[in-house]
Design a protein around this ligand. Structure first.
Ligand SMILES: Cc1cc2nc3c(=O)[nH]c(=O)nc-3n(C[C@H](O)[C@H](O)[C@H](O)COP(=O)(O)O)c2cc1C
Length: 181
């Protein structure tokens, strides 16, 4: 835009149903700004164009082994721009601190990203998420009632590891520069 300085900028964009991924995205945006990046943060649904961004950080929760649906739409809509930019991806998923759960969620993210072979993330990570059975929508409440559901009998938890989130975000600036030169 006229009169405005042109400087490299990064979009942190997220999908969320209950808000926990937005809070993680906000933390990541803060860390990136502390590292000197110019950062906008926006929900995936609100993103019209990636033209003014040099790099993109995407975050989405895992739901029933899939990245939350806004993500699919975002990836399809912006494929042309995303292939030309460094992209980092994070997912929220496991609810407990159990390593096996984390391994399972990492596998889910890997499987999901295989659907987009053109996407070559410069970084990918899974973070522990947040769960509150009292706030679930009707469909999720019904799901959690099923004895076979991994959510069955689960109590509220928020083991989001803010140190891990900050550490990952702190390593991003170097990686996000990789394709921008
Ligand atoms: C109905 C339901 C299904 C979920 N399925 C998965 C799953 O398959 N894999 C996973 O890692 N996490 C799963 N989770 C955990 C969510 O990813 C976690 O709660 C996350 O923090 C939610 O993000 P949000 O608050 O941004 O919507 C599920 C949560 C709910 C409520």
């Amino acid at each position: 835009m006229e009169g405005m300085a042109v400087s490299p900028s990064t979009l942190v964009t997220y999908a969320t149903l209950y808000g926990s991924t937005r809070e993680v995205a906000e933390s990541i945006a803060t860390t990136l700004r502390e590292n000197g990046l110019e950062v906008d943060i926006e929900p995936m649904r609100g993103v019209q164009s990636l033209d003014k961004y040099d790099a993109v950080v995407m975050g989405a929760p895992l739901y029933i082994s899939k990245l939350y649906k806004d993500t699919q739409r975002f990836l399809e809509q912006h494929q042309g721009a995303l292939v030309q930019r460094p992209v980092a991806v994070f997912a929220l998923g496991p609810l407990g601190t159990d390593e096996q759960e984390m391994v399972g969620s990492r596998g889910q993210l890997d499987e999901e990203l295989k659907k987009y072979p053109w996407l070559k993330p410069v970084a990918r990570e899974v973070f522990i998420g947040k769960y509150d059975p009292a706030k679930l929508n009707l469909l999720h409440k019904l799901l959690a009632l099923l004895p076979a559901s991994p959510l069955h009998g689960r109590t509220a938890s928020d083991h989001r590891d803010w140190d891990a989130i900050r550490a990952w975000a702190g390593g991003l600036p170097a990686k996000l520069q990789s394709k921008t030169d």
